[in-house]
Ligand binder design. Structure first.
Ligand code: APR
Length: 259
């Protein structure tokens, strides 16, 4: 086992409160493109022109055509990968309690995590700009854009556009979880979008061990995170899960007497 994976396994085994903060990188292996870097959505679009609430309100049909419809087609087909499944396994083992995710794809819930804070909202639902009624995205007919509610109002994703507030309940709970955890896994995020990127800072300042899992260093690396396990989310999570399963088996076999 990789030395840093072994170190993470050891820390996770003894922690009572564990949280994860995830970003687009964890869903790449499910076929969902990230925002930044090679193949990222913001390589093709200027987020301020296409993902800002003012852009949506100015031309909803355009934003639906170039961004929302494409996301709908990709997310409708996407399935959890080993990264998501690893976090669900950690919850099932009683190690991980909460996932704070910046992703809107719903893949953590599909993998089996039960306490998922959707920091940037959810793509599973659309909301009517006129009557506020919510409609499940999979039931939305996107053949005419922008799709409309039964009342005639335009539907918008129930996700946070640039220029909008983080849902207050998601922000407060995330801050509370970050302040309470003893270990925070920070997986697949470039950690540059605020306020999500400050959750690892709150965790570290409150005494948690912050472990990054990412093929690339981020602004947190070497400053906020205790260490970076450099690799893809799926591969690293498989290593962590098998490390935990084998140490649990050893404990059950009576060879490991640590509490
Ligand atoms: N496993 C883990 N991480 C990966 C992988 C992988 N297989 N491949 C790439 N990464 C990492 C990249 O190195 C990068 O650090 O995933 C990160 C993706 O970064 P972003 O695209 O910036 O995604 P994210 O951090 O989630 O963006 C935050 O920005 O535009 C907004 O609202 C959007 O929620 C999003 C926010």
């Amino acid at each position: 086992m990789d030395a840093l994976v072994a170190r993470a396994v050891d820390r996770l085994r003894s922690a009572r409160h564990v949280a994860a903060l995830t970003g687009a990188g964890i869903s790449i292996e499910s076929g969902i493109p990230p925002f930044r870097g090679k193949g990222g959505l913001w390589e093709r679009f200027d987020p301020m022109e296409i993902a800002h609430i003012d852009a949506f309100l100015a031309d909803p049909a355009l934003v639906w055509r170039v961004l929302v419809k494409e996301l709908k087609d990709i997310i409708d087909r996407a399935q959890p990968n080993d990264g998501h499944k690893g976090l669900a396994r950690l919850e099932a083992m009683g190690i991980l309690q909460t996932v704070i995710t910046q992703n809107i794809d719903g893949l953590h819930q599909l993998a089996g995590n039960t306490d998922v804070i959707e920091f940037h909202g959810s793509f599973a639902w659309q909301r009517c700009l006129q009557c506020d009624q919510r409609v499940e995205t999979r039931k939305v007919d996107a053949s005419v854009l922008p799709p409309r509610c039964r009342c005639g109002g335009i539907l918008r994703p129930d996700a946070v556009f640039f220029g909008e507030m983080i849902p207050p309940a998601a922000l407060w709970r995330s801050q509370e979880v970050a302040a309470r955890c003893e270990v925070m896994l920070v997986i697949g995020t470039s950690a540059i979008v605020q306020p999500a990127a400050s959750m690892p800072i709150i965790a570290r300042q409150s005494g948690a061990v912050v472990i990054e899992i990412n093929p690339e260093p981020t602004p947190l690396t070497g400053v906020i995170s205790n260490y970076l396990i450099q690799g893809k989310a799926g591969e690293v999570m498989n290593g962590i899960v098998s490390g935990l399963e084998s140490t649990t088996a050893r404990t059950e076999g009576g060879l490991d007497f640590r509490p």
